[in-house]
Design a binder for this molecule. Structure first.
Ligand code: ISC
Length: 427
């Protein structure tokens, strides 16, 4: 574990960047890329000025324990206290910034917070460069290096994950039985798939494909977790918090008419509306104690993505004084969009029947700045990239009315996000 007691002194400088041309991804050198992108906006970073890897909790720790998030909050506060910050831009994502990924379960290794040495950001027509160094720097632009061309991923070999398709459908059927017997109301069950390339995967290729294919999603890369999630756990700017809850999935139609029909069918489906309602309720219950004001729409809307469409609810809150972004992340994780209802029962069932460690999949992933601004997605439609291998994850909400074959097909549409980022069918 990192030395939490004596953080290094950091010199942080943010300066405006005049050159806003091109994708932020093109700025990244090859290697451990850090990124949080939404269309053309976002932040990318590289190098490591500071890193924390919160230890996994011992076996037997309650599955809802979020002390790894509280530990990260203390660590970042300590860094800030020892940092000398000169910020000429003053936007969310300027000054000292840490990227972060937290595991779904407290007992899994893999949570990490990384403060990059160099960060480039863009928001609308403003762009900036932040450097984080051990000595003051006079010319931060000198730390910007021309990046190399991304390397194509090349041929892939696919292997099934921890469970075969049939074994996973059996787990879904067993879960439906337990839900019908009254043990719980909902559990989100996931599966994995493994891709092996012939050389280390250049994450920049994945980021560029994901960001252009899913401009309304959040494309991320933090400590090996790479993906494009549509689900915003929270965005905090000042005391305003926004969250986008998703649960309920249908494919996209072949044409506008069938697409509309599939969407309307989902809006009218008791099974999908129940599955979605449980996710909204869990968010509302977690947020209420932290909010001075809370607005939750009565009905979901449809959110169309390139591969699937979802039921979506956008929630707004004004946070009570003193509530930080990471306080809110710790209170909200895991929502019933990735765990279930009741939370503890669902998390124990997930641990029992999935046959794999989710790692950072379905955990919070995002960034935090020194002013308390922050964006955290839920790590969905993602993979853990480790050298030349990638472990892809996808899941779906199981309720009393779920059909195992339909759920397996749903995970396959969700896998497509990362399958096509790794092996673009359009060449
Ligand atoms: C668990 C996943 O999706 C969640 C988020 C949106 C819709 C979901 C659903 O309809 O089941 C899931 O709750 C995943 O993408 O792996």
């Amino acid at each position: 574990m990192n030395a939490v007691l004596s953080p290094p002194k950091l010199f942080v400088r943010t300066v405006p960047l005049r050159d806003r041309a091109g994708s932020l991804v093109r700025r990244l050198p090859e290697g451990a890329a850090l990124a949080w992108l939404s269309g053309d906006d976002g932040i990318v970073g590289w190098g490591e000025a500071a890193r924390l890897e919160p230890e996994a909790a011992p076996a037997g720790t309650p599955p809802t324990d979020n002390s790894r998030i509280a530990q990260a909050a203390r660590w970042f506060t300590g860094l800030l206290e020892h940092a000398e910050v000169e910020d000429e831009v003053g936007l969310p994502g300027t000054g000292l910034v840490t990227f972060g990924t937290f595991t779904f379960a407290p007992t899994s290794p893999g949570s990490a917070l990384v403060v990059p040495r160099v960060l480039v950001g863009r928001r609308g027509d403003r762009a900036w460069l932040t450097t984080v160094t051990d000595e003051p720097v006079e010319h931060p632009e000198e730390l910007l290096r021309p990046a190399t061309e991304p390397r194509p991923v090349g041929p892939l070999e696919w292997r099934p994950g921890s469970l075969t398709r049939q074994e996973w459908m059996d787990a879904v059927a067993g879960t439906v039985g337990r839900i019908r017997a009254g043990e719980l109301e909902k559990a989100v069950l996931a599966r994995d798939a493994i891709a092996r390339a012939q050389s280390p995967v250049d994450v920049r290729v994945l980021l560029e494909r994901l960001r252009t294919r899913f401009p309304s999603c959040f494309t991320f890369s933090v400590a090996g977790m790479v993906g494009a999630t549509p689900e915003l756990l929270l965005r905090r700017e000042g005391d305003q918090l926004t969250s986008l809850v998703l649960a309920g999935t249908r494919p996209r139609g072949e044409d506008a008419e069938s697409d509309r029909r599939l969407g309307q069918e989902m809006m009218a489906s008791a099974k999908d509306v129940e599955e979605h309602g449980l996710a909204v309720d869990s968010l509302r219950a977690a947020l209420e104690p932290l909010a001075a004001e809370l607005a939750v729409p009565a009905w979901p809307h449809l959110l169309g993505l390139a591969n699937v469409q979802h039921l979506a609810t956008r929630v707004h809150a004004r946070l009570a004084p003193g509530v930080s972004a990471l306080d809110a992340v710790a209170a909200l994780h895991p929502t019933a969009a990735v765990g279930g209802t009741p939370t503890e029962t669902a998390m124990r069932l997930i641990g029992e029947v999935e046959g794999m460690d989710r790692g950072g999949y379905t955990g919070p992933v995002g960034w935090l700045d020194g002013a308390g601004n922050s964006e955290w997605g839920i790590a969905l439609r993602c993979a853990r990239v480790d050298g030349s291998s990638a472990r892809l994850y996808a899941g779906g909400g199981i309720v009393a009315g779920s059909d195992p074959a339909a759920e397996a097909a749903e995970t396959e549409s969700k896998f497509r996000v990362m399958r096509e980022a790794l092996a673009d069918p359009r060449g």
